[in-house]
Design a protein around this ligand. Structure first.
Ligand code: ADP
Ligand code: MG
Length: 259
């Protein structure tokens, strides 16, 4: 990962305009369980955020609230100027802008790679088939597996399947990409090829929120690292300070366990 040396300054991306994502006083409960507590988070355009924290701390729930895969009960979420309410039109508009990649790749096993990539553009976006296929090939080349287009997911390695999942998201031309532990289900030798894909996306200026425990990725790619524990954002900082000078005991403990 050569990114660190090529970047100008850690805040260079945070310069222009209003935040693309704004969470203000967001709270969520699962029944009695208070899973997100007063989340305040503003993400700038092109900003790259890594979110880490213990299992069960609310990381997935927080990013899933951004595209309304989970509903928040209190507070406000605005994505690219659109407020996330129960209004289905708003939810639809926001989902158009936000791509998501999960730990499990969630590809359709009975469809080829090409069909996986063109299904939503053709049927949801009404893109002509030929154009959808050209776009799909473009992104398959970007994730460096154009030769796999006619195969089925089950014929690919885990790392290749995850790159298909990333390409599938990109075919919808999102402004923001959410990653929820995209390398956690992969065999170790496949982690790098997926991280490399994410690095090149970052280099092109995609706004990214990544839940990951890949701290090498966090150090080199993130503008900001966020630590969550028990449903709260406990601490956040530029990577060098986050890792080099943690403030809270909870983050110190967490880092001592994972590094
Ligand atoms: P993380 O991604 O940090 O591991 P999650 O956001 O997945 O954490 O979950 C936070 C907490 O919320 C966990 O205690 C989890 O068991 C609980 N939780 C997650 N999803 C649900 C759900 N659909 N119903 C009830 N509890 C849930
Ligand atoms: Mg999770």
């Amino acid at each position: 990962m050569s990114l660190a040396s090529e970047r100008q300054s850690p805040t260079a991306h945070a310069a222009s305009g209003s935040p693309i994502i704004e969470m203000t006083g967001v709270n969520k409960w699962f029944g009695e369980f208070h899973v997100l507590k007063e989340i305040h988070l503003a993400v700038e355009r092109k900003e790259r955020i890594v979110i880490c924290g213990p299992s069960g701390s609310g990381k997935s729930t927080m990013i899933r609230c951004i595209n309304a895969l989970e509903e928040h009960q209190r507070g406000k979420i605005v994505v690219d100027g659109i407020e996330l309410t129960s209004n289905l039109k708003n939810i639809d508009a926001i989902r158009r802008e936000v791509g998501m990649v999960f730990q499990q790749f969630n590809l359709f096993p009975h469809l080829t790679v090409m069909e996986n990539l063109t299904l939503a553009p053709i049927w949801v976006r009404k893109v002509p088939k030929k154009e959808a296929e050209e776009t799909a090939m473009y992104y398959l080349e970007r994730v460096r597996i154009p030769e796999q287009a006619q195969k089925y997911p089950g014929q690919l390695s885990g790392g290749q399947q995850q790159r298909v999942a990333i390409a599938r998201s990109l075919c919808m031309k999102p402004k923001i990409m959410l990653f929820d532990e995209p390398t956690s289900a992969l065999d170790p030798e496949m982690v790098k090829e997926v991280l490399d894909t994410m690095v090149s996306l970052a280099e092109e200026g995609m706004t990214m929120l990544c839940v990951t425990h890949e701290m090498g990725f966090a150090r080199t790619v993130a503008d900001r690292v966020i630590f969550m524990d028990f449903g709260e954002i406990v601490e956040q900082n530029r990577p060098d300070d986050f890792f080099g000078n943690p403030q809270s005991d909870r983050l110190k403990l967490f880092l001592s366990q994972i590094l």
